[in-house]
Design a protein around this ligand. Structure first.
Ligand code: ZN
Length: 149
């Protein structure tokens, strides 16, 4: 392969990489638009996860509890300052909380993807930079020369 052909190959490769950076940017913009529409929806994100647990009720003469079949209840589990807290979820608020938890998970996934795309772009930009680097070798340092220590 002649040096000229090699240069053309590198140029083609760099053009492809630049194209890839633009593709990733388009993906990023799309993601940011999705996050923005979540902001515009203005509905709360709820951190935590829901779980079901059967519990004894407070009624002293509850037949159901006496039979050992406790009452199923939904709880929201949240880690606050390293400690896991549970909060009972009322039937009336369950759907709303479930959706909020879903929105939070959705936001996190999009945020994670955003970081991945940025890091992919940075990697490609580094590869492009290395491809553009001119191979000029600095002259050897003379002994006794005051260089960097
Ligand atoms: Zn009961």
């Amino acid at each position: 392969m002649s040096p000229k052909e090699k240069t053309t190959d590198i140029k083609t490769e760099i053009a492809l990489l630049v194209g890839r950076v633009h593709e990733l940017e388009a993906e990023r913009i799309e993601l940011i638009d999705k996050l923005e529409s979540m902001v515009r929806e203005n509905r709360p994100l709820i951190r935590g996860s829901l779980f079901e647990k059967a519990e004894k009720c407070r009624k002293k003469k509850c037949q159901q509890c006496k039979s050992g079949k406790y009452h199923p209840a939904t709880f929201l589990s949240v880690s606050i300052g390293g400690k896991v807290k549970h909060r009972r979820v009322k039937v009336a608020e369950r759907e709303e909380i479930e959706q909020g938890v879903g929105r939070y998970k959705d936001w996190l996934a999009k945020q994670k993807k955003l970081v991945e795309l940025c890091s992919q772009q940075a990697e490609i930009v580094t590869t492009i930079r290395d491809g553009l680097l001119a191979s000029i070798t600095p002259p050897p340092q003379k002994p006794g020369c005051k260089g960097k220590k």
